[in-house]
Write a protein of this length. Structure first.
Length: 277
């Protein structure tokens, strides 16, 4: 069974997101833990969470995916920004404990001229300060496109972060199709080769979720501009191979394609469910 959904607005709460997901035939979804540009998170409403968990159980939802704000940079050259990121991460993971057994995804960060080695060391330091054995959430490092000084566009960089963290059993990876394509991995013509490389460097057991996004740019462009499924340089045929691949088909797939309303995501979900029948 294809576990697929899209990014949803958390403005009206968890139950509303669950109902929105069902309305477009999704069995998972992604949401921002707080304003994507940072700031204070909304108050936890336990009744809303309980109602969502009942809905999710009744409709056999897969795991859901929380996304950290874009302003969280665990390897900023500015110590105050690094500390702010650590505090957001700590608070987000505390809040995720109300939704045990789910996933939390974040962009590793940008080293802003400090160099990759320093950036990786700082990310490891922040994760070691936050992750605990009791944590019930799996924290995912997202594969990046390699814009500017981004950390995480190469599998080796993600592996170094994971291997440096004491409680690395709490870590996984979210593979973004647009990002890896723009980073130079040929998922169009050599998906098996890319997966073999991922397995050799990181381990496929670490792969917990996939962001399904087409790309506006050619492979290796390091741009990160999402396109609708089948309307970019990756193309529909490649996405069919991805969602039907025996090493990937058990994962959750989340659309982050550029749509203005739920109907657009619903159409993409119907398209992708149709090709897996």
């Amino acid at each position: 069974m294809l576990h697929i959904g899209c990014h949803l607005s958390a403005g009206k709460g968890y139950l509303a997101m669950g109902k929105d997901a069902l309305s477009i035939n999704a069995d998972t979804f992604q949401f921002f833990t707080r304003n994507p540009r940072g700031g204070k998170a909304k108050e936890i409403k336990e009744k809303d969470i309980a109602a969502f968990l009942d809905l999710a159980k009744a409709h056999h939802f897969a795991t859901i995916l929380a996304h950290a704000p874009y302003t969280m940079n665990l390897c900023s050259a500015d110590a105050a920004i690094r500390n702010f990121g650590k505090e957001m991460l700590q608070d987000d993971l505390r809040r995720m404990e109300y939704l045990p057994g789910n996933l939390y995804n974040f962009h590793p960060g940008s080293h802003v001229g400090q160099g990759m080695d320093v950036g990786i060391a700082q990310i490891v330091e922040q994760l070691n300060a936050v992750l605990t054995p009791e944590l019930q959430t799996t924290v995912l490092l997202e594969t990046m496109a390699g814009k500017g000084s981004e950390v995480g566009s190469r599998f080796e960089e993600l592996s170094r972060i994971i291997n440096g963290v004491v409680h690395h059993e709490k870590l996984g990876v979210c593979l973004d199709t647009c990002h890896v394509h723009d980073a130079g991995y040929d998922i169009v013509n050599d998906l098996d080769g890319v997966l073999d490389e991922f397995d050799r460097i990181i381990g496929l057991d670490r792969l917990k979720a996939i962001h399904l996004n087409d790309s506006m740019n050619p492979i290796g462009s390091h741009k990160d501009r999402h396109a609708k499924i089948g309307e970019g340089t990756i193309g529909l045929d490649a996405f069919v191979r991805i969602i039907k691949h025996p090493k990937l088909q058990h994962l959750i797939f989340v659309l982050e394609t550029p749509h203005d309303d739920l109907a657009g995501y619903g159409a993409e979900i119907a398209l992708l469910r149709g090709v897996t029948c």
